[in-house]
Design a protein around this ligand. Structure first.
Ligand SMILES: [Zn+2]
Length: 322
């Protein structure tokens, strides 16, 4: 395996899969005052996470801002199209670039925006993101990046170079009940889950949990994860009273579907942490999450194989250290 291949697999850039969960709608209404801007993950590109727009009496709250200019354009277009006020806050669920890269463009358009997020970005800027930028530069120089991925890689390098722009204006490292745009929201914190510190939102009025990458399809993105902490965070989401889950990637889930996803995730982690054949773990994931994978089995299998190996390798143990 070439040195760059794992990262490409992690970004979903390898293989020859069909387009995945390409929702047709640019904006999906969840109820009268909440909308989803679905993140896309086309073959040969890196993904955008889902973004959510919440309307309050004093404006709009945006949750996560995507990676690509096109996705940020969809958020901005939705804001203008809804005619429901202007954004006053961004809540970032975690620092992965497919969730925070749009922050600065949106703040440029609406300078009153305050960004809420955890301090985990600080460690990422000197650790994972710094390493990943160094590897990307080497791979670019060596011509190892496929043509379709070069623009994405260069954009991510530029985003990392302006890393201080990714820092939140308001650091939320502990659970916090707030009113954003006049709308009450409970900001919950997961330690050592998808990243060192993730934020998820419980919206009690809607009985809805907006969970970022604690739930993703076509596979769980384990690159910077502590699997045990992630499982614990999913227990907390399950105990929250939510009847609806908004994942970081993929469609909105009723709680019964979340329970199915959580069971498949638990089985995958248990299998990959064991000693049996790793192909069994991937096959179990593909069966358990089939309803979300659809025709994208080739890419999902390649990514599940990669993440199964990552869990088995113990390389993720460092992300569990307090
Ligand atoms: Zn993501």
């Amino acid at each position: 395996m070439r040195s760059w291949l794992p990262a490409l697999l992690a970004l979903g850039l390898a293989g020859h899969p069909p387009a995945v969960f390409a929702q047709e709608k640019a904006v999906v209404s969840m109820d009268g005052d909440s909308w989803l801007v679905p993140g896309r993950f086309p073959a040969g590109q890196s993904p955008d996470g889902n973004s959510i727009i919440l309307k309050g009496p004093e404006g709009l709250v945006l949750v996560d801002t995507g990676r690509h200019v096109g996705h940020v354009g969809l958020i901005s277009g939705a804001v203008f199209g809804l005619g429901a006020g202007w954004p006053v806050a961004i809540v970032n669920t975690h620092w992965h670039l497919d969730h925070v890269s749009g922050n600065s463009m949106l703040k440029h358009s609406w300078p009153q925006i305050k960004v809420y997020g955890t301090s985990a970005i600080d460690g990422a800027l000197t650790g994972f993101l710094a390493n990943s930028a160094a590897n990307s530069r080497k791979a670019l120089e060596a011509g190892e990046i496929p043509e379709t991925a070069v623009a994405d890689v260069k954009r991510d390098l530029a985003t990392i170079a302006r890393g201080k722009d990714l820092r939140p204006d308001v650091v939320v490292d502990e659970p916090l009940d707030v009113r954003l745009a006049g709308r009450p929201l409970s900001l919950r914190i997961a330690r050592h889950a998808v990243t060192e510190r993730d934020l998820w939102i419980y919206d009690s009025a809607a009985k809805r949990a907006i969970v970022g990458d604690l739930v993703t399809v076509p596979v769980p993105f384990l690159d910077t994860a502590c699997p045990e902490g992630w499982l614990k965070a999913l227990d907390d989401v399950a105990a929250s009273g939510a009847e609806q889950i908004v994942p970081g990637h993929g469609p909105i889930m009723a709680i019964a579907d979340f329970d199915r996803w959580r069971a498949a995730f638990g089985d995958f982690i248990a299998c990959a942490s064991g000693t049996g054949a790793l192909e069994t773990c991937s096959a179990g994931w593909l069966a358990g999450a089939a309803r979300w994978i659809g025709a994208d089995t080739e890419r999902a299998k390649a990514m599940a194989d990669y993440y199964g190996e990552l869990v088995r390798s113990k390389k993720l143990d460092g992300y569990c250290k307090v």
